[in-house]
Design a protein around this ligand. Structure first.
Ligand code: TYD
Length: 208
């Protein structure tokens, strides 16, 4: 089962992924926790290029670099882990490209999907948890974490377009994307996610 976590920076994805991992492992399930951009050696190098504030690049170059990192991660890490029977939990995936590059950079979701089609192939998440948080609170949390990376320093208008992009993606794919109010306590969020995952195992969203 391939599950992704999405949302703006600072919404608490990593915490929820860790909590779900613990829960699944306690049930005897093998779990792979991974992230994008990154998750494989070359993709981690590309991550360095993408997040380094010293690097200035064209928006299309940025979109292709995220997709290039994804192609390696999918083929070398995600698909082999799924084949071994692991549950794969991934911190961001193609929805982030659609939201950040498609909406945030205004390249357009369709153009970004075209770039990603080959990278993703048939490897689409079974379930995506979109953690949504008000812009002010998300900004407060990012600032509290310390120094901001290249994407986090792209400004408020950019971040707002990303938020709107995520919301639109969720509207378009309600059978896959579950929106969670990230302002709730981490315990409540963990319970909502755990209950949903338990249901997924017995009743997959699209009848697979
Ligand atoms: P992330 O690892 O979530 O950063 P952090 O740990 O600081 O929250 O993601 C790095 C940044 O890359 C984040 O701002 C979102 C952005 N991003 C894209 O713009 N497109 C993508 O396809 C992905 C996967 C991430």
């Amino acid at each position: 089962m391939f599950i992704t976590f999405e949302g703006a920076d600072g919404v608490g994805k990593t915490t929820q992924m860790e909590l779900l991992r613990e829960r699944l492992e306690a049930q005897g399930q093998e779990v792979l926790l991974t992230r994008e951009p990154g998750g494989s050696p070359i993709a981690e190098k590309i991550r360095g290029l993408l997040l380094d504030r010293e690097n200035d690049m064209d928006d299309m170059t940025e979109a292709y670099l995220y997709a290039a990192a994804r192609a390696d991660h999918v083929r070398r890490v995600i698909l082999p882990a799924l084949a071994r029977g692991c549950v794969v939990l991934c911190d961001r995936y193609v929805d982030s490209s659609l939201a950040y590059q498609g909406f945030g950079r205004e390249i357009g979701a369709q153009a970004v999907w075209e770039i990603n089609r080959q990278a993703v192939g048939r490897c689409m998440p079974y379930r995506t948890y979109l953690m949504a948080l008000g812009r002010q609170e998300a900004e407060r949390r990012v600032r509290a974490r310390g120094e901001m990376d290249r994407m986090e320093s792209a400004g408020r208008a950019f971040a707002q377009r990303v938020d709107e992009g995520f919301a639109l993606l969720a509207q378009r794919a309600p059978e896959r994307i579950m929106v969670l109010d990230a302002a709730q306590t981490k315990e409540v969020l963990a319970r909502l996610i755990a209950e949903d995952v338990a249901k997924l195992k017995t009743c997959p969203p699209d009848g697979r």
